[in-house]
Design a protein. Sequence first.
Length: 408
Amino acid sequence: MCKCKKLFFILTLCRDVIKNYFPDCFNQFTTCDMLFRNVAGCHELKGNLLQIASENCVPHAMIFTGRPGTGKLGMALAFARYLNCEAPGADDACNECRSCRKYAKLEHPDLHLVFPVAKLKNGEKDPVSDTYISRWREAVLENHYLSLYMWMEKLGVENSQGFISIRESQQIMKKLSLKSFEARYKVMIIWMAEKMNPAASGKLLKILEEPPAGTLFMMVAEDTGRILPTILSRTQIFRVPPIDKGSMQRLIGEKGINDPDKAGRLAKLSEGSYLKLQELLEEGDENSYNFSMFVKFMRLCFIPDFAGIMQWTEEMGARGRERQKHFLETALRLIRGNLIMNVKAGDIDLLPDEEKEWSVKFSKFIHPGNVHTLYDEFGKASLHIEHNGYSRLVLFDLAIKTARLLKT
Ligand SMILES: [Zn+2]
């Protein structure tokens, strides 16, 4: 057996072992997110869609609508994939047939994707979805809960609103006039359909009145109030609900958070939105970093260790201004919490456990004699950083003042 064949044999064996003994791992590595089972929650809606498919009464125009982070786009793509799957199961696409494999990469020739675009510096004058199709596929495969802001950020134009132009609707007409290549249904997904300008909406309306045979329109929208009523009246609306608490807790578990109290708190705060959960988890990392930097800052100031302070200001100074301001906000909150603990004037349970444990020893250094000046100095530092002061210098100056104030 030649070397290549041996390697292929070993790889196939590994694949089969993982598939048989660790099916969850196998699915994680071999599927993309666009299957029903990978869209969190929405059990009732999935049931309705499966029933529509089994009864063969799929409407030719649909809108999947719901709040940001609820899985609207994932649901539309999972349904399109299911409808075109060559061997669909009772509750999901097979994920192995030729159609599924192409859908997994969002590269099926009968799957057309339309989304808001923006003009880029030195970019195409009148861009359409096809101009940025590879970047959009990449963004959606990475996270199908993608928001419009995240997409614009990916294009490098986060201040833009994005648009679906008249030229785009001409392209839609052109694509739909072609015969389908291989699929049962030719699918046109229009993500953030409320971004269609009136002229583009008018063109789309004409196609919706006389849809080409075997064509399905799946629009995805957050705000149906901004879609022409004449379009809405020709489509079936599917409301995608917020992710239920149980599904949200499972998602949190998958992120490696096993503390049931913390998971419960996060599930409540995320209000059924995957994007909100992501934000909360990112903030959590930032808060924990800021807390450790505050502890280090106070220790260096207390000694005082000026060489250490220099190093500290270098590290904090290398972060962006918004992050430095966020650190100073955390510092102000911790100063307030430590004063409350010292004078026993309020509810110290408001501090998270890790911070409370540290504050038991530190709080005696924050008292009515220095708290006003400390508060002022941290507040002023934040203002100077906001007004483009040289942050390393501002933070070093703050450290010297803090060192003095901790001894008063
Ligand atoms: Zn399939």
